[in-house]
Design a protein around this ligand. Structure first.
Ligand SMILES: NC(=O)c1ccc[n+]([C@@H]2O[C@H](COP(=O)([O-])OP(=O)(O)OC[C@H]3O[C@@H](n4cnc5c(N)ncnc54)[C@H](OP(=O)(O)O)[C@@H]3O)[C@@H](O)[C@H]2O)c1
Length: 268
């Protein structure tokens, strides 16, 4: 029995490449299917994993089924597909779709795991948060942790925390990318070459975050290490305070949480 991917786009590609690179599964242990068949064919050509002719064929041949299509496709699961998923472990990455809505689609599945991954998963540097529909057996827990471990770090959370996690780590990469972009633009405006500005800002970000991770120091403590009274960093941070950037981020996180809640409602 295989690990089967329904949906073979960006996220399925990130997971399969992670599993293959870390030699957790071999190509012959995975199979995929997609809507038009185009992305499944491309993923199979790139990785050597198997191709199923249909979703039902995939479910019948897989002990673990990873749902990696768009959230609205959950509503296209047929009663035949649902019945074929009896006793399967379902792992789902569909943004905003609750465990309850998955259970309605797959009522006889052995267990369902809802996961919020993020895009750095593509290079094994992602972070995922996950929750089980019911207490898992040891084998299922280990399998989920191994699979998500191929994408980077992973943390088990309660489903009620999924909206805030979506805002922090799901959307987070976009915040960091925009942050680098804004700093680079400001530097370019003042005469630094764009390419160099992006490199400086990027390496500063990587180094600072690695320092925080390796030392375990609190972010506020590390800020203090950079600032000297009336110095240059002091001037910069005082200006950010005047612009209330902590308030801006708080409001932005609130908007993301609200949108995530909205998307999880039926008939959104
Ligand atoms: N990308 C991220 O960073 C990220 C982060 C968190 C969660 N997610 C979630 O991950 C899921 C996939 O995202 P993605 O970025 O990988 O999307 P994507 O690249 O657009 O891939 C979507 C896949 O779904 C397939 N598909 C379309 N209709 C289908 C159907 N009726 N049955 C089966 N497969 C069908 C597509 O196949 P064809 O194109 O070949 O038809 C394609 O392989 C989404 O639910 C999203 O919410 C993504």
């Amino acid at each position: 029995m295989k690990t089967g991917f329904i949906g073979a786009g960006n996220l399925a590609r990130a997971i399969t490449l992670g599993l293959l690179n870390k030699k957790i599964l071999s190509p012959s242990e995975m199979i995929c299917v997609s809507g038009s068949g185009k992305t499944a064919q491309a993923l199979s050509d790139e990785t050597g994993i198997g191709l199923a002719n249909s979703r039902i064929e995939l479910i019948k041949n897989s002990q673990t089924v990873v749902l990696a299509f768009k959230p609205q496709h959950l509503d296209t699961i047929t009663s035949e597909e649902s019945a074929a998923a009896e006793d399967r472990l379902i792992i789902t990455v569909l943004a905003g779709r609750t465990l309850e809505s998955h259970q309605a689609a797959f009522p006889t599945a052995r267990n369902i795991v809802r996961v919020i991954p993020n895009t750095p998963s593509r290079i094994g540097k992602g972070v995922s948060a996950y929750c089980f529909q019911k207490a898992p057996n040891d084998q299922d827990r280990q399998q989920v942790e191994t699979l998500l471990g191929a994408l980077g770090a992973c943390y088990e959370i309660q489903e009620s925390k999924m909206h805030i996690v979506t805002a922090v780590s799901g959307c987070g990469p976009a915040v960091f990318f925009q942050f680098i972009d804004h700093i680079a633009r400001a530097a370019e405006k003042r005469g630094l070459e764009r390419e160099l500005a992006i490199k400086l800002a990027t390496e500063t970000g990587i180094g600072s975050l690695e320092l925080m991770k390796q030392t375990g120091q609190a972010p506020s403590e590390l800020v203090d290490e950079v600032v000297s009274p009336n110095g240059v960093t002091h001037a910069l941070l005082e200006n950010l305070k005047t612009s209330d950037w902590s308030g801006i981020l708080d409001t932005a996180i609130e908007a993301a949480v609200a949108r995530s809640i909205e998307l999880s409602q039926p008939n959104r």
